[in-house]
Design a protein around this ligand. Structure first.
Ligand SMILES: Cc1ncc(COP(=O)(O)O)c(C=O)c1O
Length: 430
């Protein structure tokens, strides 16, 4: 199939995520990807500055992971995970529990970030049900994003993504983002006066990704989590984006003082190779399901739960993450992001240049425009960067980069360069 045929058939039959069905944007057929580079059929080379939706940790088509995947496929590609088990799933569960350092007890597998969240919400609600003290109200942070399934949408912010479904979503109480003024703690106590059944609190630790790489006050978050924990409300840390050193530590929760009861992981879990999500929980949660009464079991599962290929690549990714070279690369990225974001401060339209671990972001502040996911600016920015050979997918007017850890120095510099170019082109220096 040549490139024209492919584009034509794609236009006719394929429905792409988060894209208008009437295609406004040119779709690029990809023939290969290696390291941080995506190769298109038009012989273009594009630097993947966002790790293909924040999944890719070690670069595309990493030979070590590819080999492990191939070896596993020749041995066991899939087996029903009820009544059976296998080494890749057991090894992965053991390693995740150890590496996360949270003293958790159990790992439940699913398919992606949204399903990892669904599992967490259902676990939390059923925990209270199994205890004989049903509680149903979920608390969440304002502007959060936790996925596209119904439970995940319910605990996310209401807006453009959820509007057609709002009437069908369950009620959630939202807390403002910790900003150093204690307003989140005050709001929490106020909410507690109005509800009798607080079940769980879900949050993206340290960075709210989809909200626009919002990095918030960790000190107040620690206090807030502490207040919430004191009321025995279950803490669910959504580490789907922040896991696997994105914020500089294995989990973002490792930088907070209060330990969550449940965590959700996906995206970087398989380093972009295979779909997989998982939810871990501590003794407290697991204990409520370990009962003689079989009706208290967790009746949840997916056909591909614990898929051996997905687990094998996740283990291979962990092998790479445990290497000193990888940790050095992560450290280097943090340092270069720091220098880069500091240097952006000289541009008047570069609002809040910031970084956390391997995530760097800046808001473009156009004249008289409010931040809006589908504002024209978003498309203009996307086009500006892609025509210069860099895949940056702004969130509204927030420009950010989350590169694969193995990105080469000159490739990272090229990403910084095009962002500078945007600001130089569009705005006067202070
Ligand atoms: C914090 C967070 N949670 C959950 C999800 C949903 O993950 P998925 O797209 O794999 O369903 C995302 C996706 O961006 C996310 O950023």
């Amino acid at each position: 199939m040549n490139a024209d045929q492919l584009t034509q058939l794609d236009k006719e039959y394929v429905w792409h995520p988060y894209s208008p069905l009437r295609q406004f944007q040119k779709i690029l057929p990809v023939v290969q990807a290696k390291g941080a580079i995506i190769y298109t059929s038009e012989h273009r080379e594009i630097i993947d500055a966002i790790s293909s939706w924040w999944t890719n940790l070690h670069g595309h088509a990493h030979p070590y992971i590819a080999t492990k995947l191939y070896e596993q496929a020749l041995k066991l590609e899939h087996v029903i995970f009820a009544g059976f088990t296998h080494e890749p799933a057991v090894e992965l569960a053991t390693r995740i529990i150890t590496l996360s350092g949270l003293n958790h007890r159990k790992v439940f597998y699913s398919d992606n970030g949204s399903t990892a969240i669904e599992v967490a919400i259902k676990m939390a609600i059923q925990y209270w049900h199994n205890q004989g003290t049903p509680k149903k109200t979920i608390l969440a942070l304002e502007d959060g994003y936790h996925g596209d399934t119904f439970g995940a949408m319910s605990v996310s912010a209401r807006g453009l993504f959820t509007n057609p479904f709002n009437d069908l979503l369950f009620d959630v109480k939202y807390l403002p983002l910790p900003d150093g003024t204690n307003r989140s703690i005050q709001a929490f106590h106020k909410i507690c006066e109005s509800i009798t059944d607080p079940a769980a609190f879900i949050y993206e630790p340290l960075i709210q990704g989809t909200a626009g790489m919002v990095m918030y006050d960790a000190t107040e978050m620690n206090q807030l989590l502490n207040h919430i924990k004191q009321k025995e409300i279950i803490l669910i840390a959504d580490e789907v984006f922040t896991g696997f050193y994105r914020t500089g530590t294995f989990l973002a929760s490792n930088q907070l003082t209060t330990t969550p009861d449940i965590i959700c992981l996906s995206k970087g879990l398989t380093a972009g190779f295979m779909p997989l999500g998982l939810t871990t929980c501590n003794d407290r949660i697991a204990g409520a399901f370990e009962q003689e009464d079989r009706s208290k079991s967790f009746f949840h599962g997916h056909s591909y739960t614990g898929n051996p290929l997905s687990c094998a690549v996740a283990n291979a990714s962990l092998d790479l993450l445990e290497r000193k070279e990888t940790l050095d690369l992560i450290h280097q990225l943090q340092l270069s992001h720091q220098t880069f974001t500091e240097s952006l401060q000289s541009f008047s339209r570069a609002h809040k240049p910031r970084y956390c671990g391997t995530v760097a972001a800046v808001d473009f502040r156009p004249d008289h425009e409010k931040h809006d996911y589908i504002s024209n600016w978003r498309d203009i920015l996307y086009e500006f960067f892609i025509t210069r050979g860099v895949l940056l997918r702004p969130l509204g007017t927030t420009i950010y980069t989350v590169p694969p850890y193995g990105i080469e120095h000159h490739q990272m510099n090229r990403i910084y360069e095009v962002i500078y170019e945007w600001f130089e082109y569009n705005q006067s220096r202070l």
